[in-house]
Write a protein that binds this ligand. Structure first.
Ligand SMILES: [Mn+2]
Length: 306
């Protein structure tokens, strides 16, 4: 059954972050048997590891240009997969890569005149800076902005017009570190943000339900961009930009299971795993368990709907 096929792409890119350690994320995930564990859990799905995606080797004048090069290569791959109705599971690598992975899937949907899928952005950050508003200068904080049509040097060129996503169909879940420029962009575009504080106060179930009303109000296909820094650094220290007040392991598992039940996930990113700052492989283990929860719930929903 083609529609349940999952193709894993590693993107060992770390230059878009504060520290380069996220480049080791795909290797760490494979060492922890991500491919075998997902295959075993999803008995009717074919999970294949398609290896790493690498940019071409031309000289780059800036970090944004170099991240753009990576995103360009990734966009080509996810567009091909989405064209063939195969679901990319992109393991990063820093979160800049979403400007390539998501734009590729959106472009494929655009080409066959399907609606552009919604996006659930699970992250401590909203990644809504442009190169003009960014306090850190780090490209991994600009990918959502580029996908939503804000002008970001190099990344906007990769996204193009047909790779853009709909501001009315994206929800940010778990956010707790929003810069002033990002807040302005959120208000200008009218974006839906569900903070980690909201999850702690109102519970996972209510928050996910409200977020999914934005992303997939009538069960439409959607993408999940999962930044492991949404989990509290006490439990997931292996990230680049740790922010306290995050989700507990229980909360992220429940979030993933509930999201998976909505069905029709067409692409997944799992990003920002930094093995260099991890302790006892806690973060990679939580990342894999979260993906298992998401995809197992999704497989159940898919077979129930057939
Ligand atoms: Mn992020």
């Amino acid at each position: 059954m083609t529609k349940t096929d999952i193709r894993i792409l590693g993107v060992p890119m770390g230059i878009g972050g504060e520290k380069p350690g996220a480049a080791g994320g795909p290797r760490q995930a494979r060492e922890k048997a991500v491919v075998e564990r997902l295959s075993e859990a999803l008995d009717h799905a074919r999970v294949e590891d398609a290896g790493d995606v690498l940019p071409d080797q031309r000289e780059c004048a800036s970090r944004l240009e170099e991240t753009g090069r990576w995103c360009e290569a990734l966009k080509r791959r996810t567009a091909e997969l989405a064209h063939d109705h195969i679901r990319p599971l992109v393991i990063g690598g820093d979160h800049t890569l979403a400007a390539g992975s998501i734009a590729g899937v959106a472009t494929a949907h655009h080409a066959r005149e399907d609606a552009i899928p919604g996006v659930l952005w699970i992250d401590a950050h909203v990644d809504m800076n442009t190169h003009e508003t960014t306090p850190s200068g780090n490209p991994h904080g600009m990918s959502a902005a580029a996908l939503l049509g804000l002008e970001v040097e190099h990344l906007s060129d990769v996204v193009g017009v047909e790779g853009r996503i709909d501001p009315k169909r994206i929800a940010f879940v778990g956010a707790r570190d929003i810069d002033p420029g990002e807040q302005r962009h959120i208000e200008e575009l009218g974006l839906a943000v569900f903070s980690s504080e909201m999850i702690h106060r109102e519970g996972v179930e209510k928050t996910v339900e409200d977020a999914m009303k934005v992303v997939s109000p009538n069960g439409e296909p959607f993408m999940v961009s999962f930044d492991v820094d949404v989990i509290d650094p006490e439990f997931a220290p292996g990230v680049d930009t740790a922010v306290p007040g995050g989700l507990t392991p229980r909360q992220i598992q429940d979030t993933m299971s509930l999201v998976g039940e909505h069905g029709q996930i067409v692409a997944i990113d799992a990003v920002e795993l930094n093995p260099e700052t991890d302790l006892d492989e806690r973060t990679s283990e939580l990342m894999i368990q979260s993906l298992l929860a998401l995809l197992q719930a999704n497989a159940k929903g898919a077979s129930a709907g057939d």
